[in-house]
Design a protein around this ligand. Structure first.
Ligand SMILES: Nc1ncnc2c1ncn2[C@@H]1O[C@H](COP(=O)(O)OP(=O)(O)OP(=O)(O)O)[C@@H](O)[C@H]1O
Ligand SMILES: [Mg+2]
Length: 789
């Protein structure tokens, strides 16, 4: 604060004139003057206050001027003291005066101008000192109120001042600036790790005068460390020299922590983002896989899969559905359920709506017709709601199985079972009938043989009877074939060879208006079947085709290898087959005709024209040979009949070459005939005797064994197979054990012989004619002779 009032000067002198003169001089110079005549008075006046300077005479009556000066300076150091000495002073006096605290010393007599000038100078000094004290006080006030540590240092770096925060933080006793630690100042509190960095930087600032700034950890009184920002700025004088450094240390621990937390959370955040990004990428990848997988499932499913939305519009239509419906997905998607499948209108559509409410719906044996393609058939469907992950229903999905084929197969299976039952019934009748025919034919043959050639009328009648009986025989053959009770001789059959061989015959049977094309696979495997019966079957089929193509057409006979899987229900077992098919482009059959075509006696050809046994026979042959029959037909398009025969795996059996057989004379043999049917027995006996042999007849196997033991020596046993008690095969077994060399010929119309033993026995198919019998006996005896040789 600048001085506004004139300085107030106390003039102390015990000599009144001198005091007066001095006072006057000062008053004239503008000072306010008070006076005191003694030391005591002077001190009292000073104690009252308001005195800026004292002009003090050394010599006082009561207290010495030096003492007064000391007291003033002790109690009021800001009061300027100018000592006036006696007339003559030595330099020792001057020293004493200044030592007592006086600010200046003048010797008497004093020139008034010198006194005024000296006092003016002293007052200026006082004002300057007051200003410094004030600024110092201000600085301290500010420094103490600041929330930071504040310090100052000399240009050489020694510390002058620390505010109380420093002492509070470090725990050092206030004002201890002289200790070694204090001399190092705040640098002593810097954490060891930071020390070199901080000290170097501070020394650099001291040397260069550049401002100092650094972050470091400072030790607190309790030994813990906190982060501080240390800063220092140089203060220059007018000449530009540094006179002082001012510094602060600001606690930034919280900022550092916050910064660290921030940095940490930023890294954590980044790590979390990276993890999440990876998880999302993985989830996406999984989703892509799952999607691809489910798309693959949907696309490759054999079942039709469709989905529809709330408006009952298709949102999914897979490949299988395209196949079933004949409609592409692009055609179906977006269209409504009832629009595309008119048969769903009404109740089924209601059920499909209820699925959207959470129910399920099932359809069984539903007939279908697709709107655009006109595809028809039968289906089964299961429909369930389609839910989002939160459970909300977002549509429905349905799995659709086309059961058209299955139904057809089931139908065929029913048909097969029906045929099986019919076959059993038929076989019984045919068997008896066969026996009767055997007797009739046998006897007619004999009568004809012995009838004189001249009797032509009788011969003619006899021939008619024979023809009738022969037709009856063909009929029973077909019946037995259908009933699968034929006496088959299966063997390796080279089908191409067989077909090429019969081509002529077929062409003759079907006439010139129908062309024949053979399509034969190069690598065709041989089939295992009775060749003669197969030829008969092919002829039957060719004739059926001819009848279906009255105006001519094309007949394709094809043969190929075929592997049949376990889905083929008609097949007796899965495996390798040879498929022989006969295709025509004739009238074809409607469903009803197809369903019954194989039934015995079913014919559409009118009474007397067809027996209805053709397909029955073919079917029976295929089944008995271990194969099966398949029919495909469309009205107006044509018919394909497929005979599937098992691929041959057995070796071709040695065949007796009948063409090289010499005249069938075997000499006179003693034959044991075993036959339970007396009619057959008599007729057969007549045939054998007519061949010149001796016959003994037994009506059962047991009786035959008796005869063998007790009777004549036999050359040959001819036995029926089907007999009550012991069968022909069983009898043959006994004979082989007890009379090993005795040949046995088995007469049978049945094919259900135990195959192993039957294969070893020579056989004669019933009904047989005398020629057949003669050939069989001849062959057998030839074999016996070859063995004996
Ligand atoms: N290729 C075909 N094309 C059209 N219909 C056929 C064909 N084959 C068979 N059929 C039908 O099946 C019926 C039964 O045939 P199957 O061969 O069993 O007896 P059929 O031919 O009528 O009499 P048969 O064989 O004694 O002359 C036939 O009457 C005919 O209606
Ligand atoms: Mg026919």
């Amino acid at each position: 604060m600048p001085e506004t009032r004139p300085a107030r000067v106390l003039v102390v002198d015990d000599t009144e004139p001198a005091r007066y003169a001095t006072a006057r001089t000062l008053q004239r110079a503008g000072f306010t003057v008070v006076e005191a005549g003694s030391g005591e008075e002077a001190l009292r006046q000073i104690a009252e206050g308001g005195i800026d300077a004292v002009v003090l005479d050394i010599k006082l009556p009561d207290i010495s001027g030096l003492e007064v000066c000391r007291t003033i300076k002790r109690d009021h150091p800001d009061i300027m003291v100018l000592q006036l000495s006696a007339t003559f002073v030595s330099s020792g006096d001057r020293i004493k005066g200044l030592d007592s605290g006086a600010d200046y010393y003048l010797g008497q007599p004093v020139e008034p101008a010198e006194l005024v000038a000296t006092l003016g100078a002293l007052m200026r000094i006082r004002a300057a000192e007051a200003a410094v004290r004030l600024s110092e006080a201000r600085f301290r006030a500010i420094a103490e109120t600041m929330p930071q540590v504040v310090w100052s240092a000399r240009p050489n770096g020694t510390y002058e001042y620390f505010n109380s925060r420093w002492y509070a933080y470090t725990g050092m006793p206030p004002g201890t600036l002289s200790t070694a630690a204090a001399r190092q100042g705040w640098c002593a509190a810097v954490q060891t790790d930071d020390q070199a960095r901080v000290t170097n930087s501070w020394l650099h600032s001291l040397a260069s005068g550049e401002p100092f700034e650094m972050e470091c950890r400072l030790r607190s009184g309790d030994g813990s460390y906190r982060w501080f920002l240390a800063r220092a700025l140089p203060i220059h004088n007018e000449a530009g020299a540094i006179i002082r450094w001012f510094g602060t240390c600001t606690d930034i621990e919280d900022i550092i922590n916050a910064r660290e937390v921030l940095a940490r959370s930023q890294t954590e955040l980044e790590a979390m983002v990276a993890v999440r990004t990876r998880e999302i990428a993985e989830a996406n990848e999984r989703l892509r896989h799952e999607r691809a997988f489910s798309e693959l499932l949907v696309a490759s499913s054999a079942d039709g899969i469709i989905a529809y939305d709330d408006d009952l519009r298709y949102t999914l239509w897979n490949k299988a559905m395209e196949r079933i419906s004949g409609l592409s997905a692009s055609n179906a998607l977006g269209r409504t359920v009832g629009d595309l499948l008119p048969f769903l209108r009404g109740e089924p559509e209601q059920a499909m709506r209820r699925v959207l409410q959470g129910e399920t719906a099932h359809m069984r044996d539903q007939r279908y017709t697709f709107a655009d393609s006109g595809r028809e058939g039968w289906l089964e469907a299961d429909c369930t709601p389609l839910r989002a992950t939160n459970g909300e229903i977002i549509g429905a999905i349905a799995f659709i199985r086309d059961i058209t084929e299955r139904r057809a197969v089931e139908e065929q299976l029913r048909q097969t079972q029906k045929l099986e039952a019919l076959g059993q019934l038929t076989s019984g009748v045919a068997h008896d009938f066969n026996n009767l025919l055997s007797a009739i034919l046998g006897n007619l043959d004999l009568i004809r043989k012995h009838l004189p050639a001249s009797n032509s009328d009788l011969t003619h009648l006899l021939d008619l009877a024979l023809q009738g009986a022969e037709r009856g025989q063909t009929l029973t053959q077909r019946l037995l074939a259908f009933a699968r009770r034929q006496d088959l001789r299966p063997g390796l059959v080279d089908i191409p060879q067989l077909l090429v061989g019969m081509r002529e015959l077929i062409q003759r049977s079907i006439g010139p208006t129908i062309t024949i094309e053979l399509r034969l696979a190069d690598d065709l495997e041989p089939a295992c079947v009775d060749a003669n019966q197969l030829e008969l079957a092919i002829l039957n089929l060719a004739v059926n085709s001819r009848d279906a193509m009255p105006a001519g057409g094309a007949l394709v006979i094809a043969a190929d290898n075929l592997v049949v899987g376990d889905r083929e229900q008609l097949a007796p077992s899965p495996g390798h087959y040879v498929c022989l098919s006969i295709t025509d482009n004739g009238t074809g059959m409607d469903e009803k005709t197809m369903a019954r075509a194989v039934d015995p006696f079913f014919t559409t050809k009118g009474p007397g024209k067809g027996t209805g046994l053709g397909l029955s026979m073919v079917h029976g042959l295929a089944a008995q040979s271990g194969g099966f029959l398949r029919l495909h037909s469309r009205i107006g398009v044509g018919t394909t009949v497929e005979i599937l025969l098992p691929r041959a795996v057995v070796r071709r059996p040695r065949r007796v070459d009948s063409e090289q057989m010499p005249a069938m004379k075997s000499g006179r043999l003693t034959v044991l005939l075993v036959e339970d049917d007396w009619l057959i027995a008599l007729s057969t006996q007549a045939m054998i005797e007519d061949l010149g042999h001796v016959v003994h007849t037994a009506t059962s196997a047991t009786k035959a064994l008796d005869l063998l033991r007790s009777g004549p020596t036999f050359d040959l046993v001819l036995t029926d197979q089907a007999m009550p008690g012991m069968t022909g095969v069983e009898l043959a077994g006994h004979i082989r054990r007890q009379w090993p060399g005795l040949p046995v010929l088995l007469a049978t119309g049945y094919a259900e012989l135990p195959m192993l033993s039957a294969a070893e026995l020579p056989r004669l198919a019933k009904p047989f004619r005398q020629d057949d019998l003669a050939a069989a006996i001849y062959q057998l005896m030839q074999q016996v002779q070859t063995k004996r040789r």
